[in-house]
Design a protein around this ligand. Structure first.
Ligand code: TXA
Ligand code: MG
Length: 328
């Protein structure tokens, strides 16, 4: 462990009502950390203008390196105060915010964000979440919230409050309960600093949808950090269950925990991302089913996962699965 363990605290589960939102807003304004529901995954939120709060996010996650974080906002006007939006950036923001899209933009000098949020870069990643509780909280708190996914570094992302509590319970002040996340995959990240926006991370908004709004293709990612169908061996391990992961599995081998897709049934106890082969449903189920498979397989087991079509949301699903299978 590279960071000292944060002081043990009691993590409160706050109801997603007016009182819960008010309490979460007060905690965040006071520099504490609160896990919040968004339509993609739960985020571990802290005041983006407060160095200590942002440092505490890295410590709570056991994040070994200071990766830049996504800043969550209530309005486009707030985004314009922090960053500069060129024409394509504005088209994307107006069309897809609030929603599962993050834009990397040139940071304004007077933005007032902690330099830890941007890892000292001249750019910042911004997003307006669509989840009604996240929107109400951002309005009520009146501050920009830095929020990576609310899981321990490298592990499976949380799409339910119980996932957050299992990973971060005792390390953060509270979790705001918004039930299960509707999209289930992290936001799509687009570098919109230049004339041709570029895909940095496939996610909950498909590249097809983005390209049709732009009326032009996205520039392709030039590093394995993007959505290139790289072999798992080239990818950094992330979204990882404790045991092994076997991809593109056509049959269950003895002792494996099976995750299917479509009307396949190699055993009645198999888990299935979407029996009807619907990619939107599969995305919404992905992390919850990975959490369940992880609980069944344990440290020594293997999780075998059926092939997923590599189109639309399937590309973001396959990106996560390749990282889950990457060597640690
Ligand atoms: O759906 C989501 O995006 C969730 C919810 C909570 O909003 N958040 C999330 O954050 O996935 P996180 O920290 O797990 O992912 C942040 C990603 C990292 O891969 C980081 O490299 C990239 O955003 N990023 C942040 N700032 C950047 C910047 N200035 N330039 C390039 N990439 C950046
Ligand atoms: Mg994450």
């Amino acid at each position: 462990m590279l960071n000292p363990p944060p002081h043990a605290t009691e993590t409160r589960l706050l109801q997603g009502d007016k009182a819960g939102i008010a309490r979460a807003a007060a905690l965040l304004r006071g520099g504490h950390l609160v896990a919040i529901p968004t339509e993609t995954v739960y985020g571990l939120a802290g005041d983006a203008g407060n160095d200590r709060a942002v440092a505490a996010i890295f410590a709570a996650k056991d994040r070994p390196r200071f990766n830049p974080l996504i800043v969550h906002l209530a309005s486009l006007a707030q985004a314009e105060r922090l960053a500069r939006l060129n024409r394509p950036a504005r088209v994307l923001a107006e069309r897809f915010w609030p929603g599962p899209l993050t834009l990397v933009l040139p940071l304004r000098a007077d933005a007032g964000l902690s330099p830890l949020v941007t890892a000292g870069l001249g750019t910042v990643a911004l997003r307006l979440p669509a989840h009604p509780l996240a929107r109400a909280l951002l309005k009520r708190a009146g501050i920009a919230l830095a929020a990576p996914s609310a899981n321990r570094s490298g592990r499976i992302s949380p799409t339910r409050p119980e996932h957050v509590l299992a990973g971060l319970g005792g390390r953060i002040a509270a979790v705001l309960d918004g039930g299960a996340c509707a999209v289930g995959l992290e936001s799509t990240i687009i570098d919109a600093t230049g004339a041709q926006p570029r895909l940095l991370r496939a996610g909950g908004l498909t590249t097809e949808t983005i390209e049709s709004a732009l009326g032009a293709p996205l520039a392709s990612p030039d590093t394995p950090a993007g959505n290139t169908p790289s072999a798992p061996g080239q990818l950094e391990s992330h979204y990882a269950p404790r045991g092994r992961v076997r991809l593109m599995a056509r049959q269950r081998r003895p002792g494996e925990v099976w995750i299917g897709f479509g009307p396949d049934c190699p055993g009645s106890d198999g888990l299935n991302l979407s029996p009807g082969a619907d990619l939107t449903e599969a995305a919404a189920n992905l992390f919850h089913i990975l959490h369940r498979a992880d609980a069944r397989a344990g440290e020594d087991g293997t999780i075998a996962i059926a092939p997923i079509p590599d189109t639309g949301l399937g590309r973001a699903i396959n990106d996560r699965l390749c990282r889950a299978a990457a060597p640690r």
